[in-house]
Design a protein around this ligand. Structure first.
Ligand code: SF4
Length: 344
C-alpha cells in the first residue's frame, strides 16, 4: 500500500488536491497534514475538519505553539515579505522535521486517525502541493528541498475548478474567500501581503487590522530597544548586565505578546512612529502598517505621484510550503540561516 501526504493549508486549491488524490488512490494510505500558525481565521478550522470528515481522511495538525507575532518577539525581528521567518519556522520547518526526521512538535493533534490505513505513513510517501501552472517554476526547488520524498503537483497537470469540487462534497468555501481575500492564510494578516491586501483587511476586518497595527507598533519598540541594548558599548557594561536588561525588557512585553495582558508593562506614546521595520513593503523597502492606517484614514498630506499606493493590484501573500526561492543547490531546511536559534 502506497503512502500519500497532502499539505492541506485550508486553501481552496489544496482542497482540490485532496479530492484528486482521494479519487485516484482510493485504496492507498492518504494523510492530510496541516501546519497551524495559531493565527488562522476561525472558519479555516471548520473547513479543514469538514474536509477530513466528509472525505473520511485522517488529518494531523502540527504546530510549534507560537503565532507569527510571538515568533517575531522571540527572534527580536519584525518579519515582512523579505523576512518571512514565520513561513519558514512555523510551517515549513515544523513539517520538514516531522516528516523527514520524525520529530514531534509541541502540538500534534490527530483527527479521524481511524482512517489511517498504516502507521508508517512516512515510508516512500509521495507529497502533494496545491500549486497550479502559473506557479510551475516553483516545482523544481520544492522537489529538491523535499527530497528524498517524491513530490507531485496535480494542479499543474490538470485544470480543476475549485468551486466544482467544493460543490461535489457540499462544503462551503472558507469565509476569507467570500470576503474577497486571495488566500485563506493566517486570518488575512499575512505579513507578505501587499497594500491592496491590507486595504481589504482594514475594510473587511477592521478589528483584526487595528489589532495588527497595535502589535506592529509595540514590536517596533521592543525590537528597537532590544538591539539598542545589544549594541550598546559602554565601559563596564558586560554581557551579564545586558542579559539582565534583556530579561527585564522581555518581561515588560511578554504578557502582551502572549495574550495575557492588553498592554505592555511600559509607558509608550501611542503616536510614536518608527520607519525602520514593517510588515508592509513599499518601493522595495519597509513601510509601517501604522503609517498606512493613518493615511487610509485621511491623515496623509501626501500629494505626489510617488506617494500613491497601489491599492488595487498589490495583493501578494504567502507562498508558504512552496516558496524556496531560486537556490540551485543544497537543502533549504539545512541552511545556516534556517537554523537561527529559536528561543522557544
Ligand atoms: S501566511 Fe504569511 S503570516 Fe502566515 S506564516 Fe505564511 S508568511 Fe507568515
Amino acid at each position: 500500500m502506497k503512502n500519500h501526504i497532502i499539505f492541506f493549508s485550508g486553501g481552496a486549491s489544496s482542497f482540490s488536491v485532496v479530492d484528486f488524490v482521494k479519487e485516484k488512490y482510493p485504496n492507498d494510505n492518504v494523510l492530510l497534514i496541516f501546519s497551524d500558525t495559531l493565527w488562522e481565521d476561525g472558519d479555516l478550522y471548520r473547513f479543514v475538519h469538514e474536509t477530513a470528515d466528509k472525505l473520511e481522511l485522517p488529518l494531523v495538525t502540527i504546530s510549534t505553539g507560537l503565532t507569527p507575532i510571538q515568533l517575531m518577539f522571540e527572534q527580536h525581528v519584525i518579519f515582512n515579505n523579505r523576512i518571512p521567518n514565520c513561513s519558514k519556522y512555523l510551517k515549513m520547518k515544523v513539517a520538514a522535521d516531522y516528516l523527514k526526521k520524525g520529530i514531534t512538535p509541541k502540538i500534534e493533534v490527530w483527527r479521524n486517525k481511524q482512517f489511517l490505513k498504516q502507521e508508517d505513513f512516512r515510508i516512500d510517501a509521495t507529497l502533494y502541493f496545491g500549486i497550479d501552472f502559473q506557479e510551475a517554476h516553483r516545482s523544481e526547488p520544492i522537489k529538491r528541498n523535499w527530497s528524498p520524498f517524491e513530490c507531485q503537483f496535480p494542479l499543474i497537470d490538470y485544470f480543476i475548478n475549485n468551486q466544482d469540487v467544493l460543490d461535489k462534497w457540499n462544503i462551503r468555501i472558507p469565509e476569507l474567500y467570500l470576503k474577497g481575500f486571495s488566500h485563506n492564510n493566517c486570518g488575512g494578516r499575512c505579513i507578505r501581503g501587499g497594500l491592496a491586501h491590507f486595504k481589504r483587511l482594514k475594510e473587511e476586518m477592521p478589528q483584526v487590522f487595528n489589532e495588527l497595527v497595535e502589535q506592529e507598533h509595540y514590536l517596533k519598540l521592543y525590537v528597537s530597544e532590544y538591539h539598542y541594548i545589544k549594541n550598546l558599548e559602554v565601559d563596564g557594561l558586560d554581557d551579564e548586565v545586558k542579559a539582565l536588561w534583556h530579561k527585564n525588557l522581555k518581561d515588560c512585553y511578554s504578557d502582551y505578546f502572549y495574550g495575557r495582558a492588553k498592554r505592555p508593562k511600559v509607558y509608550i506614546p501611542t503616536d510614536l512612529v518608527i520607519n525602520q521595520y514593517s510588515f508592509l513593503k513599499r518601493h522595495g523597502g519597509a513601510y509601517p502598517l501604522a503609517k498606512y492606517a493613518r493615511e487610509l484614514n485621511g491623515n496623509t498630506g501626501f500629494t505626489t505621484q510617488e506617494d500613491q499606493f497601489d491599492l488595487k493590484y498589490d495583493v501578494s501573500g504567502c507562498g508558504c510550503f512552496v516558496d524556496f526561492g531560486d537556490k540551485k543547490e543544497g537543502d533549504f531546511f539545512e541552511e545556516e540561516n534556517f537554523q537561527l536559534a529559536m528561543a522557544i
